[in-house]
Unconditional design. Structure first.
Length: 124
């Protein structure tokens, strides 16, 4: 809890004479929100912007905008992951398709040559 106080996600509380901190009941709700949001992919900086200064006064429009942007970020990441997966599977297939009489070094050069873009030709 002290960490979240230090980074500004949880309100700082006064210490009691014995040195203990006494947190309000809503601190548990804030901690649950932080935990859920981090599992959903939000960074601490994003949470700092998203959480209101007063938990009783949420800006619904800003919150919805932030959540929708995170969904878009996740969808973009999913697209990149699908593309990366396809590229890796294609590379695996190319490596597995190594001719029987070809050594691994020659196969690696063959694959690298296939991945290198051809130089552009001038049309003069």
């Amino acid at each position: 809890m002290r960490f979240y106080e230090r980074v500004g996600l949880l309100k700082q509380v006064e210490r009691q004479p014995n040195g203990y901190r006494s947190y309000p009941a809503d601190a548990v709700l804030v901690l649950q929100l932080i935990s859920a949001a981090q599992r959903a992919g939000f960074s601490l900086d994003e949470l700092r912007v998203m959480l209101p200064d007063d938990e009783m006064h949420w800006d619904q429009a800003a919150l919805l905008d932030t959540l929708r942007r995170k969904v878009q970020d996740i969808e973009a990441l999913q697209g990149q992951l699908v593309q990366s997966r396809a590229q890796l599977l294609a590379l695996v297939a190319q490596i597995e398709a190594k001719p029987e009489d070809m050594d691994c070094a020659s196969n690696a050069r063959r694959l690298m040559a296939d991945m290198t873009p051809a130089p552009a030709r001038s049309s003069t």
